[in-house]
Design a protein around this ligand. Structure first.
Ligand code: KG4
Ligand code: ZN
Length: 381
């Protein structure tokens, strides 16, 4: 079959991204403009600022993706864009731009669910490594700043179908990393810095109990019937538990001291943050990460057993976490399960995953209607 070049565009949260991917298997170019510096002072993504930054970045980012690929618009077979889920105003920037571009170029446009993008990031990586065979059913854990979701994926021809077998009832796992880092004045985003600091602390210093949420699905629409067991997550409690630990162990003054120290450094490095952390903070951070990772791994592996999954994919920003990767690899292999991760580059938000998820839809001529609109709460099915 002839090569198919898809230009992907992603703007669902705080990254403006564009990429050219060949036939869903080779990244030809991938440009990610991160807004981290814009949101850093607030310790989280500010939606209005995100939309403004996307507006500024979208044109140069798309141009650079084409330039890096050595392609012109003529060489592109289709455009793909994230329709949702995400921040409404942020999604709208990428979507409006992609629609206008597709219309002007007379090229088809493919709407992609951001979560499906994260799943396909792993497939893309495996295809690039010449591994084409995945055993189905596939269980995918999508774990990021906005989502903690378990999907059971099946394939019929080119079409992918997803069943939600568990998700977070409140905060996403990445959100918990970000909130705990903010509480302890470690900087933003919290995940990468906690990942680094945790290596310097004792993970068994503090115990965090988790609610074991498991129940039978009462949704009569569920094709697996009401007997299907769901495994859900909940991460708002651990943030409160960390706060309580801080209060009961008189850590406030150390936290304020760290904030003052780091404020005097322009763009503090992770070593600067480490130097500003006393033992108690490092132990707390290591214990927090251990608790998060164990909860994610044990519930995912439970869902894998209950749904007879043959393959496990772990993807999304939090999938970049070192301890999470090691734990999943160890525990999955004990269960005789293959586990795949995307590289760190493809773990966090990017547009290569959007162009990849669009490829099977391209083959099915599943193109977007002109009235396509952004959907902040778009579900994956
Ligand atoms: O997928 P992503 O780039 O954006 C969303 O769709 O949310 O994920 C960003 C999230 C942030 O919460 C960030 O703290 C977390 O992923 N993250 C990590 C790591 N790297 C990024 N969490 C834990 N460990 C990491 N190494
Ligand atoms: Zn994401």
């Amino acid at each position: 079959m002839a090569d198919v070049y898809i230009l992907g565009i992603e703007s669902s949260c705080d990254e403006t991204a564009a990429a050219v991917v060949r036939s869903g298997e080779q990244v030809v170019s991938s440009v990610v403009y991160s807004q981290i510096l814009t949101h850093q002072p607030y310790g989280g993504v500010v939606p209005e600022l995100a939309s403004r930054e996307h507006l500024r970045a979208i044109v140069p980012v798309v141009r650079k993706a084409l330039q890096d690929a050595g392609k012109s618009y003529d060489d592109i077979d289709a455009l793909a864009v994230t329709q949702g889920p995400g921040l409404a105003g942020a999604l709208l920037v990428g979507l409006s731009y992609a629609k206008a571009l597709a219309y002007a170029l007379h090229k088809p446009l493919i709407a992609v669910n951001h979560l499906e993008g994260h799943v396909h990031a792993v497939l893309l990586e495996e295809r690039q490594n010449a591994n084409r065979e995945l055993e189905f059913p596939v269980l995918a854990l999508v774990v990021s700043g906005g989502h903690t979701h378990l999907f059971l994926a099946e394939r019929e021809g080119h079409a992918w179908r997803y069943h939600d077998v568990g998700h977070t009832r409140d905060d996403a796992a990445g959100e918990a990393f970000d909130k705990v880092a903010k509480l302890l004045e470690l900087g933003y985003p919290g995940g990468p810095i906690i990942d680094f600091l945790a290596r310097h602390g004792h993970a068994d210093a503090v115990k965090f109990p988790f609610a074991q949420i498991k129940h039978r699905d009462r949704n009569p629409q569920n094709r697996y019937g009401p007997e299907e067991r769901r495994v859900d997550f909940s991460y708002s409690g651990i943030k409160t538990a960390v706060l309580r630990y801080v209060e009961t162990h008189a850590m406030r003054s150390a936290i304020e001291q760290r904030a003052r120290t780091l404020r005097q450094i322009v763009n503090p490095s992770r070593e600067d943050v480490l130097a500003a952390c006393e033992r108690q903070t490092l132990d707390l951070v290591a214990s927090f990460q251990r608790a998060m990772v164990q909860d994610l791994a044990s519930k995912t592996l439970l869902a894998a057993r209950e749904n007879d999954a043959a393959t496990l994919l772990v993807t999304g920003g939090v999938a970049a976490n070192t301890e999470l990767r090691a734990t999943f690899e160890r525990d999955a292999s004990q269960q005789g399960l293959q586990v795949y991760f995307p590289s760190r580059m493809l773990s966090t938000d990017n547009a290569a995953m959007i162009a990849t998820a669009a490829y099977p839809r391209f083959l099915m001529h599943d193109f977007a209607e002109p009235e396509l609109s952004a959907e902040a709460a778009l579900r994956l099915r």
